[in-house]
Design a protein around this ligand. Structure first.
Ligand code: BGC
Length: 500
């Protein structure tokens, strides 16, 4: 697939009536982001990244994570990792083995009940602690355990004064649990564990992007950025402390590395540069957190199906065009009833007559589409998917431009990156347009800046960051560590090689 343009239905509109062609043209205008606009967005993005690192701060949080270095492949020991994702909760036990860069993993997934996302803080922490307890009881039955070090992947914006601490700035990705924003999540989490007597020591609270960067760097030294293109979107990269003015008061060695969790889903929440459509504006207004995460709401998996649904509903209600005439659109009226997987399936329909799309609409929405309607639907999915991929590249390009990196590898994970058709090639094409590569470059594989599938960030990455943190404590490098003594105690219980 890489190296050639993704297929497009643009040319197959011969039998589409004029009112629908007019609408398709209007949608193309609305959703197409030309190279010039990508460049304008990226330039603004570079400034906003810098602002986020400044003392005054900016819209993009640019959170210091206190993950202060890459692994060298010699990390060893056994660690727990907990990933609080949007759909699942995953618990892993990871053993970093003596063989350089290798590991063993056992893991269990638990469903994250939908009600939890809008429930109470107590319900959330109790559920998570119960899952951890179950995991430990199952895998360590009848063992006398001291404390197990845990890397907790908590993928929401958090202010971290220490690596084993994190004040939730705001919920994203549709979460809306009272009493957590503005609080350090660690004590409540630890209290729920203590109540159940679960022998775990939270060693590092991490973001999925930081985990992705570190896990990918474990096996590829050219990795400089970790990205998630999934339910939400974000990236992390390694900064040097001397380039973080908001940490200047701490007098850290300016050459020390510091992973920055950009939280760039918040980019342009003041609406200066992103080409928002009326549909993006509705999504924002009706979300639990309006005026936040502007960039994310245009590109992340949680929103792609909803953008698509809003457009179709608008067209159905538009007297100038006739779609789904005489059909019951009751199911289409339900907010968030279509996910990014629905759009993927439309883009993947291999048949010229779009029969799979026809069946999807009939089965999922009880709508029987005409052929011209199917053409419009397919083109709309392409437009939304292409816009997401192209805009996504602006964030990556902005980090490269800010750091002056002409070449690097970017580790990427998330459902949209892994599963959405043509996302990778569309993104690579946009990067080429922004970073202005010579004509023979920009074909995906082998590009100067290459976005590659990442290693498991919230599992292996979390374990590695926990290992790196303990190594730092053992070496007496306690910057950004709240409770070094407790961590040292946790190390002792652990098969952790003394630093050489
Ligand atoms: C969160 C980030 C996270 C991203 C990808 C965003 O909504 O704020 O912390 O990295 O989603 O999961």
């Amino acid at each position: 697939m890489v190296g050639r343009k993704p297929p497009s239905r643009k040319g197959s509109m011969a039998d589409v009536p004029k009112d629908l062609v007019d609408q398709i043209n209007r949608l193309e205008e609305l959703f197409t982001v030309p190279a010039e606009k990508l460049n304008q967005i990226t330039d603004h993005f570079v400034n906003e990244l810098a602002k986020g690192l400044s003392k005054e701060g900016g819209t993009i949080p640019m959170n210091a994570t206190w993950c202060m270095g890459f692994p060298d492949g010699n990390e060893t020991g056994t660690f727990l990792a907990l990933d609080m994702g949007g759909t699942n909760l995953r618990v892993c036990e990871i053993t970093l083995t003596e063989e350089k860069g290798e590991f063993d993993i056992i893991q269990s997934k638990y469903r994250m009940p939908e009600e939890l996302k809008t429930g109470t803080a107590e319900e959330l922490w109790s559920y998570i602690a119960d899952c951890l307890q179950q995991f430990i009881e199952y895998h360590h039955e009848d063992e006398e355990l001291d404390q197990l070090p845990l890397g907790f992947t908590f993928s929401y914006p958090a202010t971290q004064n220490y690596i084993d601490h994190g004040i939730l700035q705001r919920w994203t990705k549709g979460f809306d649990i009272d009493g957590v924003e503005g609080r350090d999540v660690v004590p409540d989490f630890e209290a729920a564990l203590a109540e159940r007597g679960v022998p775990i020591k939270l060693t590092a609270l991490i973001n999925d992007t930081t985990g992705t960067m570190i896990a990918s760097a474990y096996t590829d030294p050219e990795m400089k950025i970790g990205c998630i293109f999934g339910t939400g979107c974000n990236a992390a990269y390694m900064e040097n402390c001397g380039s973080i003015p908001k940490l200047a008061h701490m007098n850290l060695d300016p050459d020390l590395p510091m992973a920055i969790n950009c939280e760039y889903g918040a980019f342009d929440s003041e609406h200066v540069v992103l080409p928002r459509t009326p549909y993006d504006i509705i999504i924002d207004k009706e979300s639990p957190r309006p005026n936040q995460q502007a960039f994310e709401k245009m590109i992340a998996g949680l929103y792609l199906g909803e953008i698509f649904r809003l457009v179709l509903l608008d067209l159905h209600q538009n007297p100038d065009c006739k779609i789904f005439e005489g059909q019951d659109v009751g199911k289409l009226q339900k907010a968030y009833s279509l996910d990014a997987g629905f759009l993927s399936a439309i883009e993947e329909d291999p048949f010229e007559n779009l029969s799979e799309t026809h069946d999807l609409f009939q089965n999922k929405l009880s709508i029987v589409c005409t052929k011209p309607e199917l053409e419009l639907i397919r083109r709309l999915a392409e437009l939304i998917g292409t816009r997401a991929a192209r805009l996504s590249s602006c964030g990556v390009a902005a980090i490269c431009k800010k750091k002056g990196w002409k070449t690097c590898h970017v580790g990427a994970d998330g459902s949209v990156f892994n599963k959405y058709p043509h996302f990778k090639i569309r993104g690579a094409q946009a990067l080429k347009e922004i970073l202005d590569w010579p004509a023979n470059k920009g074909k995906g594989r082998g590009d100067p800046v290459e976005i590659l599938p990442a290693e498991d960030g919230s599992g292996v990455g979390a374990a590695l960051i926990a290992a790196l943190t303990l190594k730092r404590v053992q070496q007496g490098q306690n910057a950004g560590i709240r409770d070094p003594d407790a961590l040292l105690k946790a190390c002792k219980a652990f098969d952790l090689k003394k630093p050489t």
